[in-house]
Design a protein around this ligand. Structure first.
Ligand SMILES: Cc1cc2nc3c(=O)[nH]c(=O)nc-3n(C[C@H](O)[C@H](O)[C@H](O)COP(=O)(O)OP(=O)(O)OC[C@H]3O[C@@H](n4cnc5c(N)ncnc54)[C@H](O)[C@@H]3O)c2cc1C
Length: 441
């Protein structure tokens, strides 16, 4: 990926990028690198969107995204381009746990999306017992029938691996990634061609093993010393150095296309542009461009606790917990200081714990956070141990990407506006986009 100097130069045009999250910043620097005149308009008083900091007990912590998927190597390439390669860090080698109302067990290490890739591991026995193991072995011998990308993941997992493995292994992982039940996800939502692969390889565990083998050795996610918001600092500095004007506190309220040119309104002020990039959450896209439909407006809340809790020094639930059933109002917990060494090195013995709440429980999240943290960590934490607590609410991402990323000529959707979820997917799409080069936009 190269943005240096002149690329495939198009006629310089005036572009407005709406939204200053990672998607908008990437688009803005790409357009500026192609020689265009670019203004990025951000509603908030800072850029970053869902990759932003929150200060808790004086510690600057990631308020939203805290890691990136390593698949494809696109994020690592971007980070080295931005001079951040030396800040890349691996999470500690501890398992994540699953906690249900009547069990707590580490997630088996050998797996892909919670689907076990080996039936022999001890941690698998702890999670689903001998009966569960006997059931999943059927996946190795029974022929696969009628599976394609439209098959529901829930149906497939229950059929191939049984109810116990579905509930105890796959559902917690999938829920943690996609924030929705197994039955609401089709195989094609996870990876196009997955249905055919399960058929070709003769089983779900074999397909999972192949997917896992195809990903590079090492952890599936990495982070940045200093937090993921350092990526935003570097992207914003890079965009500015390429000539991008970043206008903060500038919410865009309306767009209009008139004879191929764009009018963009911020309050009563009108701005003109040849091209517009929308890099805002999907509900904002449909508010600005009504014929781009978007039914859902899901919210998540992250509650961060900073605790004085020596009983957490041993990391009783590894790097964190995926919650199953009604064990807690939170759907997941990250024990950040057990997951990230760089962070533990900065907290002088304090523990940082993050709880994620889905839409149903987002409202009362901070009220219940301590009780939820206690239930998920298996430790009775007391009010007096809480040094500080912060709650941040976000629009959640959806798994289905949008095919048409230029629904109207000159109007480009990037990042979550294009239905992409996660830093890796957004960076990969940017690298492949050719935005602003001759022939585009
Ligand atoms: C709690 C949480 C945890 C996550 N954890 C991870 C993780 O660990 N790893 C990972 O890869 N991904 C993670 N994600 C997903 C990842 O954060 C997002 O996919 C990504 O940050 C989205 O970037 P974006 O630029 O598309 O959108 P956003 O980051 O949402 O940026 C959109 C921007 O548009 C601005 N805006 C909104 N309306 C207007 C308007 N009218 N005018 C101007 N500006 C406007 C917003 O203020 C915002 O700055 C997480 C998401 C959440 C919510």
């Amino acid at each position: 990926m190269s943005h240096g100097g002149s690329t495939d130069t198009a006629e310089p045009q005036r572009w407005i990028v709406v939204g200053g999250g990672v998607g908008g910043l990437l688009a803005a620097r790409r357009l500026a690198a192609a020689g265009h005149d670019v203004t990025l308009m951000e509603a908030d008083d800072h850029v970053g969107g869902r990759i932003s900091r929150v200060t808790v007990d004086g510690l600057p912590l990631d308020a939203g995204a805290e890691s990136f998927a390593t698949r494809g190597g696109h994020v690592a390439a971007l980070l080295s381009e931005l001079g951040l390669a030396d800040s890349i860090v691996h999470p500690e080698r501890r398992p994540a746990w699953v906690v249900t109302p009547d069990a707590a067990y580490p997630l088996p290490a050998a797996g892909w999306l919670g689907v076990p890739t080996s039936a022999l591991a001890r941690d698998l026995r702890r999670a689903i017992g001998w009966r569960g193991i006997a059931r999943i072995l059927g996946d190795r011998v029974r022929p696969v029938r009628d599976v394609d990308d439209s098959t529901s993941l829930g149906e497939l997992v229950r059929d191939r691996l049984g109810e116990r493995a579905a509930e105890r292994l796959v559902a917690p992982v999938v829920q943690g990634i996609y924030s929705r039940p197994l039955d609401d996800i089709a195989l094609g939502d996870i990876a196009p061609g997955l249905g055919a692969e399960v058929t070709r390889r003769g089983g779900l565990m074999r397909a999972a093993a192949a997917r896992r083998a195809a990903s590079p050795a090492g952890s599936a996610v990495q982070g940045l010393a200093g937090g993921m918001a350092s990526l935003i600092d570097a992207l914003a500095a890079d965009a500015r150095s390429r000539g991008v004007t970043i206008a903060l506190d500038t919410p865009v309220g309306a767009l209009e296309n008139a004879h191929g040119a764009w009018k963009v309104w911020t309050g009563a002020e009108e701005h003109r542009a040849d091209g517009v990039v929308l890099a805002v959450p999907r509900p904002v896209v449909s508010a600005l461009v009504p014929h781009v439909a978007w039914a859902e407006d899901r919210q998540v809340a992250i509650v961060t606790l900073v605790l004085d809790a020596p009983e957490l020094d041993s990391a009783p639930r590894g790097t964190g917990v995926l919650a199953v059933g009604n064990v807690s109002g939170a759907k997941a917990l990250t024990h950040s200081t057990a997951k990230w060494r760089w962070l533990a090195d900065r907290t002088e013995g304090r523990h940082v714990v993050r709880l994620s709440y889905g839409i149903d429980n987002a409202r009362d999240a901070s009220e219940h956070a301590l009780a939820d943290a206690s239930a998920l960590l298996g430790v009775a934490l007391k009010e007096a141990q809480v040094r500080d607590i912060e709650r941040v609410q976000w629009a959640d991402s959806a798994p289905a990407a949008v095919e048409d990323r230029e629904p109207v000529r000159g109007l480009h959707l990037v990042g979550s506006a294009a239905g992409l979820s996660g830093i890796a997917a957004i960076v990969a799409a940017d690298a492949a986009s050719g935005l602003g080069e001759a022939g585009s936009g």
